[in-house]
Design a protein around this ligand. Structure first.
Ligand SMILES: Cc1cc2nc3c(=O)[nH]c(=O)nc-3n(C[C@H](O)[C@H](O)[C@H](O)COP(=O)(O)OP(=O)(O)OC[C@H]3O[C@@H](n4cnc5c(N)ncnc54)[C@H](O)[C@@H]3O)c2cc1C
Length: 451
């Protein structure tokens, strides 16, 4: 007789979603979480008196999004911020050319038209691509056909490289030609002025979550599953493993018997990228109030290139910039002081002495965190879209996987984590779970508990 119906390993968005749904259905559920907090890669630092989202910030496209429906149903406030997917236009962006000179309206319009034209050619090249083609191969073919001058091509090349780094945390030459196929944004994007981790915290409230408890071994048989931690072992009929792909790749959880190729193959083939954030709070705003983003093109933006105005969250002049892919891996080895000085140097090349000394900073190092080993998954060369969903299992009907890397429709997102947690719960229960009733249940429990 198992002690639990289901054990969920990991209390990020996918883990708390599946655990909540199974608990609502009457199951005895235990959640094991290695860190001392719930939320995983949704991590809001409130120590300064306002929220700073060190992990996810955005819902990338709210139209037709069940994640947006959930945020609405839970009355979570949001701010429109439609630049989270490295758009070139659409919202006001202050662009600087390769020499660091501010671009006027005409130059900006030309730049947007150049990228749009190159993107149309890129779509054709991706559909004509063959197995083994990287995203670098297809972008170079599109740029060859563009007929633009070498200088304009250089700026677009740099932009494509940065787009892959931000969306996938990967070097453009390591990404499969189809690696950004799922990147379509439907509708506006939003961020969370109270902090994005409100969602997993509210979903996870009242669940049996053991914090500071790291799973080290999962042993399965037809009778069920035993999950070993450093100090204890727990038995259950089923297990849902929601640890990040980076943790699965590192092999820090042993599976006995070993995972079959159907699951081990995707773990080996898919890539885990690095995407780090740097928030800088300034004494005064030196950029236009209406600008969503400040962006340096070409050589001026080789490393630090895009700064997002997130002042609306704290009410203080604050910019968020990213270091992703190989640059993100190098950055996380530097000290905070070195990182801040480097970002300020890059901004002064654009705005001169108007850039004051930052008053506060927040820097992430997700690639060095043993409980994520990276930021999010991507389609590394040699993997296919099918690998994401194949990773979900189940194995021997008792071992399920959930998490952003297991959801092929929009991997690397909070949405993917939420939907994959929902799918794992439905598979274990053997019947659908209504998302409207799920949200209503959370509100009802909060009201009963007076929260
Ligand atoms: C810097 C950054 C920015 C991002 N920005 C966005 C964004 O703007 N929009 C968006 O949609 N997505 C974004 N993402 C991606 C998004 O955060 C993730 O896709 C999502 O939160 C993943 O949820 P999950 O449940 O799959 O995994 P996680 O949240 O990582 O949860 C897994 C849990 O497993 C735990 N764990 C690990 N190992 C063990 C173990 N051995 N035993 C027990 N527990 C263990 C971890 O501590 C963690 O809590 C971003 C990610 C990062 C890192």
């Amino acid at each position: 007789m198992s002690t639990f119906d289901t054990i969920v390993i990991g209390a990020g968005m996918s883990g708390v979603t599946s655990a909540r749904m199974l608990t609502d259905a009457g199951q005895r559920v235990l959640v094991l979480e290695a860190r001392d907090r719930v939320g995983g890669r949704m991590n809001t630092d409130r120590s300064a008196g306002f929220p700073v989202d060190l992990g996810a910030s955005w819902i990338h496209g709210i139209d037709g999004s069940p994640l947006w429906d959930l945020a609405q149903a839970l009355h979570v406030p949001t701010i429109e911020y439609t630049v989270g997917s490295f758009q070139v236009g659409g919202r006001p962006i202050e662009n600087f050319d390769g020499e660091g000179r501010a671009m006027d309206a005409d130059a900006t319009a030309q730049w947007i038209a150049d990228v749009d034209a190159a993107d149309r050619l890129l779509v054709e090249e991706i559909s004509a691509s063959s197995a083994g083609d990287t995203y670098l191969d297809v972008t170079e073919r599109a740029l060859d056909r563009s007929g633009l001058s070498p200088e304009r091509i250089d700026d677009i090349r740099e932009f494509f490289r940065h787009r892959v780094e931000e969306q996938c945390g990967a070097w453009i030459g390591d990404l499969d030609a189809h690696g950004l196929d799922e990147d379509a944004i439907e509708g506006d994007e939003v961020i969370f002025p109270r902090g994005y981790d409100e969602l997993p915290r509210r979903i996870g409230a009242d669940l049996d979550i053991r914090l500071d408890t790291t799973a080290t071994r999962v042993t399965r048989s037809t009778q069920g599953v035993v999950v070993h931690t450093e100090a204890e072992e727990f038995t259950a009929d089923s297990v849902i493993v929601t640890v990040p792909l980076g943790v699965l790749k590192a092999g820090t959880i042993a599976f006995e018997p070993p995972l079959p190729d159907a699951v081990a193959g995707p773990i080996a083939r898919l890539g885990m990228g690095v995407f780090n954030k740097v928030f800088l709070q300034f004494p005064e705003r030196f950029w236009n109030e209406e600008s969503y983003v400040l962006r340096a093109l070409g050589e001026a933006g080789e490393h630090w290139h895009s700064w997002y105005d997130v002042s609306a969250v704290s009410g203080l002049p604050t910019l968020l910039t990213f270091a992703a892919g190989p640059f993100g891996r190098r950055m996380q080895e530097l000290s905070d002081e070195e990182v801040v000085a480097d970002v300020v140097r890059a901004l002064r090349a654009l705005y001169g002495d108007a850039v004051g000394e930052p008053r506060a900073h927040w820097i992430t190092r997700w690639g060095l965190d043993p409980f994520s080993n990276g930021s999010y998954s991507h389609l590394a060369l040699g993997s296919t879209h099918h690998d994401h969903d194949a990773l979900a299992g189940p194995v021997d009907d008792v071992l399920h996987f959930a998490g952003e890397a297991t959801w092929g429709d929009e991997p690397a997102t909070v949405g993917a984590a939420f939907y994959s947690g929902h799918r794992a719960a439905e598979r274990i229960l053997g019947h659908p779970v209504d998302l409207g009733a799920f949200a209503a249940g959370i509100i009802e429990r909060e009201q009963k508990a007076g929260r």
